[in-house]
Design a protein around this ligand. Sequence first.
Ligand code: MG
Length: 344
Amino acid sequence: MSTARLRLQYRRYRLPFRAPVRTAHGVWTHREGLLVRIEDPAGRAGWGECAPLPGWTAETVDAAEGALRELGDGVEETTLDRLPLSLACLRGALAAAREAFVVPPEPAALGVAALLPAGGEAPARLAVQAEAGFRVFKWKVGVGDPADELGLLDELCGRLPAGGRLRLDANGAWERRIAERWLERCAERPIEFVEQPVVAPPGASERDRRRAEDLLQGLAASYPTPLALDESLAGDGDVERWLAAGWPGFFVLKLSLHGAPESTLAALARAGARVVFSSALETRVGAAHALRRAWAWPGERHALGFGVWPLFAARALDGPAAAPFLRREDVLALDLEEAWNALA
Ligand code: MG
């Protein structure tokens, strides 16, 4: 249906989180974004989500909504493919809404990382989640005083179940010296990776971006604990640039932020990259598309970064409650139309 005329609708949302989300980016109380619905001439409908993430993307919900308003409610398919590259989240949403929702038959389930709260509540929470069967845990650092957080590291490691591993996510909050202190401490501890120890914020000058990237490469080469990129991958072409630079660590992918996730994933697979599929704190619509792609990933498997639900006050926008494994049936059961209708 390359020249088909499509019906395009969108609904903007502003959804309060059940509990505020605390990271080095600050405290978030709600999520803003857009759901899109596309219907083809045969009456088949699909849904996609455009949820730019403040601190990651230069794209905004206002800009995406402006573009949708301009497109109007009847569009040629080819028009959708000509949107500017700067609207990556919107392009990704419109592409997802036109793709069949197919989840490969295997694997039956994928492991999920448990999300720990920042600060001193983390050890007690880890113990509860270990009891529930989780084996991979993610802890947000760079939120409080580095000395206090470093002081908690051994307590967390001590509470890990047999074979358990910890992921640390600094959300780019550290300076070189703090990052070095942490990475010295992480060596020989069961740390799967340290995510985004430093970052150049979106809109940073080319020189600052280069400096942050050189620092990340230098840290990755100097310490045994792998590093992971997250914020560094949110811009168009970022994944390809890091692949070309031979990044040796993990790639944390919030696929809802990507304009052309299929080609990005193909490039990562060709390179044999280590990929972690992760939530962008989007609704079940964006998450469902990210998860069907995670299921199709041909490479090595790492615990999904989708231990976020329940996330919203509105149940119809959420995915299944966080559990040590996410089953294929859980992904297939995500009702995207119900999420769309909940915003009516
Ligand atoms: Mg992260």
